[in-house]
Design a protein around this ligand. Structure first.
Ligand code: URP
Ligand code: ZN
Ligand code: ZN
Ligand code: ZN
Length: 481
């Protein structure tokens, strides 16, 4: 059945410019953008006057249905993507994370099954947690047959999913051959392990021990190492959840040398500081345990200026929700608290409020860091991340004047805690449109289990082509004698 939706009278905001236009969506795709469009018969019409019409958010870092640290996140793909749509995010890129020795393709198929309940579009990065010839082969199959164009490397989580330098080097080389983006969780897992023991020996066993075991330099060491390895191998690299000045500086330095390095920032790291870990209430403090941890305030300013200056590129949430009962596993030992916090519903509004609302970002810059840049880097642009004829009709109608106060009582995640609890944000989605259908309108979700599409992403995005050309130009030659 054809679905026709006309959005009238709004201001279209793309990453490059804003303009007044009506937007007609037919059968899940943007069919026409014009100053004035007459409503076709049977069209649903939304009056967007006084509001902005933006590409739906892309959250390039979520963990739904994630089995981690002996438990599984409370949000599955149904609740997690429902929450995403309620917040104006229409696509997530989640992670397939094989256990060490688990075949990549088996893990991939498992996650695909879990994601069948998604109500919004989704795609997968695949983590490389171990190495042998089968992993090399499976990476190729994933890229060429399953539309995976990015591989994740955890440099932390020793004795679990951490990969050593040998795996990093092998996987980065393979990623280069396949035209897939290597991404890293940059924390030195050996140092974290050592510091966890030392902090506990000092008699600190509560959540306040968590940031002490993961200081900024632990993150910076890994970021610098991963960037250096990528430079030697000649592959672009994407650093997930950059949380501190030192990592942001490492990225900026590499970029100044001409290296293709990209950085992602989490909404939480932009506005929450490390004082949360000293809350006398264990439940409150443990609910904020995630890695990298929330940092002292001056790091937030470095992340904002990184986004403003274009040295950092995307924003995400690392949505990975564990409830109070799950967080209680670490009551006697902070190292056992399942790591992760939510935010997939709040990211857009928190960043609009603290970014556009303070003049740090223009509306177009907001679109760049919440949608367009992720679409470009992970090669789904202009299908996603742009309002243009032929693009997916995944849109958000944004009311810049409306406010709401964030709370676990009203959010759509299954979690019993919200790290943004009590924060009042101005600038919220009045409507979210997925596949040309209104899935969120004036505080109500209208979602259909399984309506989300799996998004295949082609390898060899622009940055790979440019890199290959550059390498060819710089390839040393033997001296003929
Ligand atoms: O604490 C976090 N971030 N949990 C999810 C796994 C990861 O490191 O991304
Ligand atoms: Zn991580
Ligand atoms: Zn993560
Ligand atoms: Zn779709």
């Amino acid at each position: 059945m054809m679905t026709t939706l006309l959005i009238k009278g709004g201001i279209v905001v793309n990453a490059d410019r804003q303009f007044q236009a009506d937007v007609l969506c037919v059968d899940g795709v943007i069919a026409q953008i014009d100053e004035t469009i007459c409503a076709p018969e049977d069209a649903q019409v939304i009056d967007a006057s006084g509001q902005l019409v933006m590409p739906g958010g892309i959250d390039p870092h979520t963990h739904m249905n994630f089995p981690f640290m002996g438990t599984t996140t409370v949000d599955d793909f149904y609740s997690g993507t429902s929450a995403a749509l309620a917040g104006g995010t229409t696509t997530i890129i989640d992670f397939v994370i094989p256990n060490p020795q688990e075949p990549l393709l088996e893990a991939y198929q498992k996650w695909r099954r879990w994601a069948e309940s998604a109500v919004a579009d989704y795609s997968f990065h695949v983590a490389i947690t171990w190495w042998d010839e089968s992993v090399r082969q499976d990476m190729k199959t994933l890229v060429e047959q399953h539309g995976v164009n990015s591989f994740k490397h955890f440099m932390a989580y020793k004795n679990a999913i951490m990969c050593d330098d040998e795996t990093l080097v092998n996987s980065f080389r393979r990623s280069l051959e396949l035209g897939a983006m290597p991404t890293v969780h940059a924390e030195n897992g050996e140092l974290v392990y050592l510091l966890q023991q030392q902090v506990k020996e000092m008699g600190i066993t509560g959540p306040e021990g968590h940031p002490l075991s993961r200081p900024a330099m632990v993150e910076a060491e890994a970021a610098n190492r991963a960037i250096a390895i990528a430079d030697v191998i000649g592959v672009p690299i994407y650093v997930v959840h950059v949380s501190c000045q030192e990592s942001a500086d490492a990225i900026a330095r590499a970029r100044a040398r001409g290296q293709r390095v990209y950085g992602e920032v989490l909404a939480g790291h932009l506005v929450i500081d490390d004082s949360v870990y000293r809350d006398p209430d264990y439940t409150q403090a443990a609910a904020h345990v995630m890695s990298p941890p929330f940092r002292p305030k001056h790091h937030q300013e470095a992340l904002w200026t990184g986004l403003q200056s274009g040295q950092l590129h995307t924003t995400a949430t690392d949505h990975c929700t564990f409830c109070a009962a799950q967080k209680a596993a670490g009551a006697d030992d902070f190292a056992k608290i399942p790591n992760g916090c939510g935010g997939v519903e709040e990211r857009m509004a928190v960043i609009w409020d603290a970014g556009v609302g303070t003049g740090r970002l223009t509306p177009s810059e907001f679109v760049a860091i919440t949608s367009a840049n992720a679409a470009k880097l992970f090669n789904i642009y202009p299908r996603k991340g742009l309002i243009a004829v032929g693009s997916d009709a995944d849109l958000v109608i944004w009311d810049p004047q409306a406010s709401r106060t964030i709370s676990a009582k009203t959010h759509h995640s299954n979690n019993d805690f919200n790290v943004f609890e009590g924060r009042t944000v101005t600038g919220i989605p009045s409507h979210t449109i997925s596949h040309g259908k209104v899935v969120w309108a004036n505080g109500q979700l209208h979602v259909e289990k399984g309506a989300g599409h799996y998004i295949k992403r082609a390898a060899f995005g622009d940055n790979f082509t440019a890199n290959a050309t550059r390498q060819q130009q710089l390839t040393p030659t033997a001296v003929k004698r």
